[in-house]
Design a protein around this ligand. Structure first.
Ligand code: GLY
Ligand code: MN
Ligand code: MN
Length: 246
């Protein structure tokens, strides 16, 4: 007799084996080099596509063997389109640029988003919104450990936006499992298992004011907490401005 056990697959894939985790770490390290190269190379007047080419070249130079998904490089208003991949936009001097892109290694994915100012310096208003997104991510990550529920993390991030009346500007899920696929299978209704790898990616998007901000990092869930696999990729305002100044 035949029995459909396809439901087993998500539960088997959700916990990464050492080899898979090693490849995710390598993919994330190469991804970081690409994001850093983009931050350093960007100049107003460049097209999104030119910046994307610089970044993807850096992915390969750092050991990336492929792309985890089509790279998103959106400047200004384009950053508020969640799946924007056009590439023809010209980077304006006062724009924020959102890059959601990742190298893959050996078939394993990563998934990182960084948002940075074309000028190298955030305006006070850009900084305030950026720090709000970072606070939402921090609120979720503070709860991220094995046994916790995805929904509770998502509510923790949403609460940060709700408190300042900005919940309508965040309109996608907080995160997802990553593995062989960028959106890897897994049951979001069950407690998170140790050894799973998940993104935390809150954002704020305001098309009428021509900007989108997302901060996306990759975390290994552990018994006592979590490990940020994307550690070292400039993320705070101070880290990004310092990286761009060099
Ligand atoms: N890059 C796809 C995602 O963040 O889900
Ligand atoms: Mn993601
Ligand atoms: Mn992403």
């Amino acid at each position: 007799s035949l029995k459909d056990e396809s439901g087993l697959l998500p539960s088997l894939r959700i916990v990464q084996e050492p080899r898979g985790l090693d490849l995710i770490r390598k993919a994330t390290a190469a991804t970081g080099q690409g994001h850093l190269a983009a931050m350093k190379a960007v100049r107003p007047g460049m097209t999104e596509g030119e910046l994307k080419a610089i970044m993807e070249t850096a992915f390969r130079a750092a050991g990336g063997t492929g792309l985890s998904y089509d790279s998103i490089v959106g400047t200004g208003r384009n950053a508020a389109s969640l799946h924007y991949t056009h590439g023809g936009g010209v980077i304006g001097a006062n724009d924020l640029i959102l890059i959601d892109a990742a190298a893959s290694v050996g078939g394993y994915a990563s998934d990182i988003t960084r948002t940075f100012p074309a000028s190298g310096t955030f305006t006070p208003r850009q900084r305030a919104d950026y720090d709000l997104v970072l606070a939402a991510q921090a609120a979720a990550v503070a709860k991220l450990k094995a046994g916790d529920y995805y929904e509770d993390l998502q509510e923790a991030a949403k609460d940060v936006f709700r408190k300042v009346g900005r919940i309508d500007d965040f309109y996608h899920g907080l995160g997802h499992f990553v593995g062989l696929d960028v959106h890897d299978p897994g049951d979001y209704m069950k407690p998170l298992p140790a050894g799973s790898v998940i993104t935390m990616e809150p954002g704020l998007y305001v098309q009428s004011q021509n900007y989108g901000i997302r901060i996306e990092d990759l975390y290994l869930v552990t018994a006592t907490g979590n490990e940020r696999l994307s550690e070292g990729i400039p993320r705070t305002v101070a880290e990004i401005e310092a990286a761009m100044a060099r």
